[in-house]
Design a protein around this ligand. Structure first.
Ligand code: SF4
Length: 326
């Protein structure tokens, strides 16, 4: 099956001005050569600690920023080389839901204006047909139609996120890139919004890229999972394979650190030691080596490539390359 989207050697390096020194700039390698495919109808989870490059990846996939290097193909065409008309079509087809439904929705606008704005921008329908579509979308996301004339500040966090989802669906997209869409919500509301994402996916035949730092959320919603560390994908596998047979020491540590609701288990929980290093001048070799319990000499010198270890399971670690013998 041909992928709906493909990401090839995508990099985003930001020059950061140095205060002292002869070279004027350091490079912040927010995204550093990632590759993956997105297949129609799947949910690809993108997980990692804060600062690992997940949100920069979202910006590049939506062409909010121009990458330093690399390509993002949508239905075979590189989005960074699309004509204006092609890009407009791409933007209709690939929509996003943001983390914070408080700052992403203008509190002075009524719901009808918030949800219909994408249709106005894309010159779709007239006032009446757009108002009808808004009602349809509201019922689709579980909000009462009469709320269309209320202001977004009158709603709870969960309801606001439903409004954001309705807005993202206004152009009948094929792909939704959701960036931490439940992390600003109470835990009790998170499950409802995740269930809504799942129902909508089935109903509308959507494809998701679901970005989260929360492995529980990723485990619940994803079909495949890409684990990011310091701008790189270090492991990519089907959800069950990743959670049952993780290979990369970072993925293993993340999985071990998922909270278990049993006090007797606390002593057995292994947490990841140390902070994520700065993406400015990251560690040499494998960027995870200062925190890795299985570090070898080669890890400090040579950056491991991401390679297949099984069908549809890729890992970037010297434990799984012949280089470890070097
Ligand atoms: Fe650990 Fe080395 Fe693998 Fe990096 S390459 S994760 S340091 S074993």
């Amino acid at each position: 099956m041909e992928p709906l989207m493909s990401v090839r050697n995508l990099k985003m390096h930001y020059p950061i001005k140095k205060v002292d020194s002869f070279t004027k700039y350091d490079l912040l390698k927010a995204v550093d050569g990632i590759n993956f495919d997105l297949f129609e109808g799947e949910t690809l989870g993108l997980v990692g600690e804060s600062g690992c490059g997940k949100s920069t990846t979202r910006k590049l996939l939506l062409y909010v920023e121009e990458p330093t290097e690399g390509k993002v193909y949508y239905q075979g065409s590189n989005i960074f080389e699309m004509s204006k008309a092609e890009l407009k079509k791409f933007r209709r087809n690939v929509q996003t839901v943001y983390q914070d439904p408080y700052s992403s929705l203008n509190p002075k606008w009524k719901v009808v204006k918030l949800v219909s704005e994408p249709m106005v921008i894309h010159k779709i329908g007239n006032r009446k047909s757009r108002a009808e579509k808004v009602k349809e979308l509201m019922s689709l996301v579980g909000l009462r139609e009469e709320y269309a004339d209320s202001f977004s500040h009158e709603f709870s966090g969960g309801q606001r996120q439903r409004i954001s989802i309705a807005r993202a669906l206004a152009l009948d997209p094929r792909v939704i890139i959701a960036d931490e869409p439940v992390s600003a919500l109470d835990v009790s509301i998170q499950a409802q919004v995740i269930n809504l994402f799942e129902d909508l996916k089935k109903q509308l035949n959507l494809t998701y890229i679901f970005i989260s730092h929360d492995l529980n959320v990723i485990k619940h919603i994803s079909d495949r999972v890409a684990v990011m560390y310091l701008g790189k994908i270090v492991e990519l596998a089907g959800k069950d394979e990743l959670f049952e047979d993780a290979k990369h020491p970072y993925t293993k540590a993340l999985i071990r650190s998922i909270p278990i609701p049993d006090p007797e288990m606390d002593a057995k929980l292994a947490s990841l030691e140390g902070e994520i290093p700065s993406p400015i001048n990251p560690p040499t070799g494998c960027a995870f080596h200062p925190r890795c319990p299985e570090v070898m000499d080669i890890c400090r010198r040579v950056s491991p490539e991401i390679l297949p270890v099984a069908k549809s399971h890729e890992v970037s670690c010297h434990l799984y390359t012949n280089d470890s013998m070097a």
